[in-house]
Each structure stands twice: as C-alpha cells, then as structure tokens.
Design a protein around this ligand. Structure first.
Ligand code: AMP
Ligand code: MG
Length: 322
C-alpha cells in the first residue's frame, strides 16, 4: 500500500525516508521519488520502483548549499551559482568528496555527484526533517511522463512506493537545469527551469552536451561516458567456473576457488545485488590488482526486475575498451 500523506505529515514522511523507505514528494519542478542517498538498498529500491532497464545517476537533494557542498568538491563557480539560484531548479554536478557516504549506486558508479537544493516549501521541510541527502528522480515509471500532482504519482507508482507527500500541483513542471562543473568548462547536460543565459551571466560561456532524447536516455551523452566507471581488470560474464587467478563477483551460491570473492546476493535477490554492484566492482578491481589477479569473473544474474539494469551495467564493464 502507498500512503497518501497530507502536507502536515512531513515528520511521518521523513521517518519513512530515514528507515530506508521510498517517499514521493513535490518540488518546484516535478514530484520526485525520494530515497535516502546513503542507503544503497533504498537507492536500489528507487530503480526497482521505476522499472528502468539501466542505472542512470540520480540527483541528491538538500535543504541548503552547505549540506550539499559537504558531499562534494565545490569551487568559486559552484558557490556563485548556489548563491544566485539555490534554492531553485538548478542541479550542479561536482566531484564527489572523498568522505561522502552517498551510495555509489546513486551516482551509477561515477566519481561525480549531482546536487540540488529545491525551493518548494514542502521539499524544504522534508529535507530538513530527514537530516540526510535524499536521492530523487522523477516519480514516474520508466518511460512515463514526469508527474506534477500526487495523483499522477499514484497513477504510476501506487503499491510500488511507501508514500506520497501531497503538496498539490507543482508550479514549474519543468525539470531542473543540470550543469556539469567537473571540468574547466561548465557543460550544460540538460536544459530546464533555469535558462542557460542566466547561468552565462554568472559563468561566462558554457558548453553544451548533446541533449538527452528522452528520460530513459537521461544520462551523459556518449562522448562524455569516459567518466563512466569501468574496472581496470578485464571482466568475464556468465562464469560457471572460476580460477584462483581470478576475482569473483558472485550471485547466489558462490563458485569455489576464486582468488577473491564479492557476494552480490547470496540469496539471489536482484535488489540487494543492485545495491552492492558498484561497490563490488570497485572492491574487486582494487583487490584484484593488489593481489595480481588477471580478471573479474561474474556469475550469471537473471534478467528479472533490476536484473536487466545489472546486466546492462555488467555488459558495459565487459565490453572491449577503445
Ligand atoms: P532526473 O532524475 O530525471 O531528474 O535526471 C537526472 C539528470 O541528472 C540526468 O540528466 C542525469 O544524467 C544527470 N546526472 C545525475 N547525476 C549525474 C552525474 N554524476 N554526472 C552527470 N550527470 C548526472
Ligand atoms: Mg525524470
């Protein structure tokens, strides 16, 4: 069952988020499907509820700039933009801080984080009460239209999330402008609620990434995927046996004899496996190189539910490198 919470039930909504549950909430752009950013299982739950066939990086939401920048490496450009446009429909992509506890799954394994401070009073109240970053893509099933009312959210997600905080219709109805500040030239990743010209007034000229065609394509354009995390060690899929010179990414009962093993989910739960996927790839890659192992073998993961997104990510990791 999905609870519909009234605007005066913010503390109930925050309590659910802190317990790792999923709560949709209004922002000034669209309704977001919120889950605790630091809780990999909650983030996996967001992808499961949306039913996306792949993982895209999610925006983490904060009540103010200080809490947002605590997770990232900020600079003068970021501070100036925050001063001018936060709270508001602007998302900044910055390098992840070394001590950030945001789940790797929330950034789809990227070394950057997308941060936003929404202006909607109910979003503000919820984020303050939650006291921790909240990851939130738009609160619709994959391929659906971004929801601007609680009824839209329930149309798509009833029974798939724990609650929706009903704040009436969203005012802007446009998604946030996404600006990448990880490089020397600011890059517009997605046009949105803050016009480009307003950003250029503060930053000077900004570059443009190829526009994402649809929500399911909402990920950095192919030319930008150099920042997509790929292990240094070669990845071998659908392993039915493993050698002592290999690291093993296990799913279900682990194959015996690997040089190192990371268990995605002993019980074969794809949501748990999604939560542990990016941490596992990084851990085995680092450990494997330290131990002189020759590659990472991966046990088969079924295509059901989040299995499709897991397999999408694994086949990218295993693809020949250019
Ligand atoms: P949505 O969840 O629909 O609001 O879309 C999130 C947008 O932010 C997408 O365009 C993502 O590609 C972009 N985004 C989120 N995190 C990152 C990141 N770490 N690097 C680049 N783009 C990001
Ligand atoms: Mg969306």
């Amino acid at each position: 069952m999905t609870e519909r919470l009234a605007a005066d039930q913010v503390s109930r909504a925050a309590e659910l988020l802190r317990a790792g549950r999923l709560v949709a909430f209004p922002t000034e752009t669209v309704y977001g499907l919120g889950g605790a950013s630091r809780d990999a299982a909650a983030v996996a739950g967001i992808f499961a509820a949306k039913g996306r066939p792949s993982f895209n990086p999610l925006i983490s939401h904060f009540p103010n700039a200080d809490s947002a920048f605590a997770e990232a490496v900020d600079d003068d450009r970021a501070r100036a933009l925050a001063e001018a446009f936060w709270p508001g429909p602007l998302t900044l992509v910055l390098p992840r801080a070394a001590d950030s506890r945001i789940a790797l799954l929330a950034s789809a394994g990227l070394p950057s984080l997308a941060l936003r401070v929404p202006a909607h009073p109910l979003a503000q109240a919820l984020l303050r009460a939650a006291g921790q970053p909240v990851a939130a893509p738009s609160a619709n099933r994959s391929g659906g239209v971004s929801p601007t009312t609680a009824d839209h959210v329930l149309d798509g997600l009833t029974g798939r999330i724990d609650a929706v905080l009903d704040g009436g219709p969203c005012a802007v109805g446009l998604e946030s402008t996404v600006l990448d500040l990880t490089g020397p030239v600011p890059l517009l990743l997605r046009p949105g609620g803050i016009p480009e010209a307003e950003l250029e007034r503060i930053l000077g000229p900004i570059g443009r990434a190829a526009p994402a065609a649809a929500e399911d394509e909402a990920r950095p354009a192919p030319g930008m995927l150099t920042s997509h995390y790929a292990p240094a060690l070669p990845v071998r899929l659908d392993a039915t046996a493993v050698a002592p010179c290999e690291a093993l990414l296990a799913f279900g009962p682990a194959l015996p004899g690997a040089g190192a093993t990371w268990q995605l989910s002993e019980s074969g739960d794809v949501v748990q496996a999604a939560a542990r996927l990016f941490a596992g790839l990084r851990e085995l890659d680092a450990l494997g190189q330290r131990l002189g192992l020759t590659g990472i073998a991966v046990q088969p993961v079924p295509m059901q539910g989040l299995g499709a997104a897991i397999n999408d990510r694994l086949s990218r990791a295993a693809a020949p490198r250019g």
